[in-house]
Ligand binder design. Structure first.
Ligand code: NAP
Length: 510
């Protein structure tokens, strides 16, 4: 299979192989990435000059309809994406569901939000303001789409969801988009891009797709463009410090590493239902997508008195997991996506070894040439003295169990993650919940508080729901995406419009 870029309104192919994607199950080459001869400036200019005006001419309702049509096309072809995902990502059916159906579902959700925005071309924020004694003189804050390009640089772990979630928001906003997925897991994103282009739903220039490369795009960004990055903290830092991003004040959103946590509240005993929910969620989170989820639980905090019980319960659950080719009967989790990711996981566990001990390791499975990496439960007995365990994200089925002695100590330990996407706190104690919110809110993009009443009804520690913002402060990149209409703000400029009452009212009504 050869995968090309769709840029400047054409599928490009200069015949040069610039990269490869592998089958995670056996390490074989699955696809080649083919180069093109355009530079980043030419790619952005085409999108800016063709896609921009065409999308801005439409209302939110019309753009919502485009999203609806794309989601329908992708739904029809989801079996093909699942086949590619199974090989390239070594994904289980559930892993693929989260990625492919999760992505399509997010697009449908934004289509429904756009329908509610209706026949408008701008949004407003807040109430009309009176500025002077003259009641006829008012201000209204108006959000108009930026007139540049949205550049999306995506991580390898969610080739479908990562692309569709961001794309839904930028297209609904009316901003042409250049998508640059990660090379290692290009096949699913590429197959979707092919179907999107072939369906002819979007105006020319509204959607561009890069099969590899894209390193020079940042050099051509302007103040009206927006760069949304998901990936490692190193790349995020490099892009954030790019002279062009700084000199042009380019909108920049980063979703990077995150040392997430799950907490067994001090009120729970090992006999309680809350404890069972906690153990169930943590063990599930460790192996969904083989731990290659930015929201996966990396640190597990339990009251010191219940450390042994929690360790035993987690090991009992994890022992039921089976590593191997997800197509084989009984297999519950698959390999990592690439040889380099496998090496990074090996290195990550080695980095943690001075502060942790391995208390459980799953059995090896799968083809020896595949990128298999067994689940590991680590234990850090003295988390207050530890450093690496609060700062190192092992992007695989690995988490570290840690005891806490007091609430104060717990909050201090959780905060050592340095800013996280999510923490899930299992407690039936309302006052502990309120205290945890105040202690942890500023360092978390999302807090999931599970009590017995929602133990079966909650959406899960790791699932990113498009209604809620996704992102986290500090180490997690400092960005925010999705969150219903909040996500559209990134692709709109906010202008305070001062005018008479009639005009301000008309603007507010759209
Ligand atoms: P990465 O190496 O930083 O790559 C991410 C993306 O950036 C890829 O598309 C990559 O392209 C591209 N890239 C790399 N160097 C670039 C450069 N100089 N200019 C422009 N683009 C460049 O990260 P990764 O290893 O794929 O992703 C794993 C990390 O992502 C994990 O640490 C995980 O925590 C994080 N993540 C975070 C979230 C979140 O929402 N917070 C979600 C998912 C993943 P190539 O593939 O072509 O090299």
């Amino acid at each position: 299979m050869q995968m090309q870029s769709y840029v400047a309104g054409e599928w490009q192919d200069n015949g040069k192989v610039i990269g490869q994607a592998h089958c995670a199950l056996d390490g074989s080459v699955m696809a080649e990435l083919i180069g093109h001869d355009l530079n980043g400036g030419e790619i952005l200019d085409y999108a800016r000059n063709h896609g921009g005006p065409a999308l801005r001419a439409l209302t939110y309702l019309q753009r919502a309809d485009l999203l609806k049509q794309i989601a329908a096309v992708l739904s029809e072809n989801k079996e093909r994406y699942a086949e590619l995902s199974a090989k390239n990502n070594g994904a289980t059916a559930m892993d693929t569901f989260l990625d492919v159906e999760g992505g399509i579902g997010t697009m449908k959700y934004y289509a429904s939000l756009g329908k509610r925005l209706g026949e408008r071309r701008w949004m407003t924020e807040g109430e009309l303001e009176q500025l002077t004694k003259d009641e006829n003189f008012r201000a209204v804050h108006v959000l108009t789409p930026i007139r540049g390009v949205a550049v999306h640089i995506n991580a390898f772990n969610f080739p479908a969801w990562g692309m569709l979630g961001k794309l839904s928001v930028s297209l609904l906003s009316g901003v042409p988009t250049v998508v640059k997925p990660a090379a290692a897991t290009l096949p699913v994103a590429w197959a979707m891009a092919q179907d999107i282009v072939a369906a002819g739903i979007l105006p020319k220039g509204a959607f561009s797709f890069l099969a590899g490369g894209g390193r020079d795009l940042t050099n051509y960004l302007t103040s009206e463009d927006a760069l949304a990055f998901t990936g490692s903290a190193d790349t995020a830092g490099m892009l954030a410090a790019h002279p062009r991003i700084i000199s042009q004040s380019v909108r920049f959103n980063a979703e990077a590493d995150s040392i997430n946590s799950s907490v067994m509240g001090p009120d729970l005993s090992p006999e309680s239902d809350g404890f069972k929910s906690f153990i169930h969620e943590v063990s599930k989170e460790m192996t969904i997508k083989s731990g290659q989820k930015c929201t996966a639980v990396r640190r597990i905090f339990v009251p010191a008195a219940h450390l042994e019980a929690a360790q035993a319960a987690l090991i009992a659950k994890l022992s039921k997991n089976v590593l191997g080719n997800p197509a084989d009967e009984g297999v519950t989790y698959g390999p990592l996506v690439s040889a380099s990711q496998k090496q990074a996981a090996v290195d990550g566990v080695a980095a943690l070894s001075s502060e942790t001990e391995v208390v459980f390791e799953g059995a090896m499975g799968g083809d020896a040439d595949g990128f298999y990496f067994t689940q590991k439960l680590l234990l850090c007995r003295e988390p207050l003295k530890a450093k690496t365990v609060h700062e190192t994200e092992v992007f695989g089925p690995v988490a570290t169990l840690m005891p806490y002695e007091s609430e104060e100590q717990l909050f201090e330990l959780v905060r050592r993650g340095g800013g996280s996407l999510v923490s899930s706190v299992f407690t039936n104690d309302d006052s502990f919940m309120v205290e945890a919110l105040q202690q942890l809110g500023s360092t978390h993009g999302r807090l999931l508080f599970v009590d017995d009443s929602i133990s079966r009804g909650h959406s899960g520690h790791g699932n990113v729901m498009p209604m809620c913002i996704h992102g986290g402060p500090g180490r997690a990149g400092g960005g925010q995406e999705l969150g219903g209409l909040r996500g559209l703000n990134f692709y709109h400029a906010r202008t305070a419009v001062q005018t008479n009452l009639t005009r301000a009212t008309a603007l507010q009504q759209g």
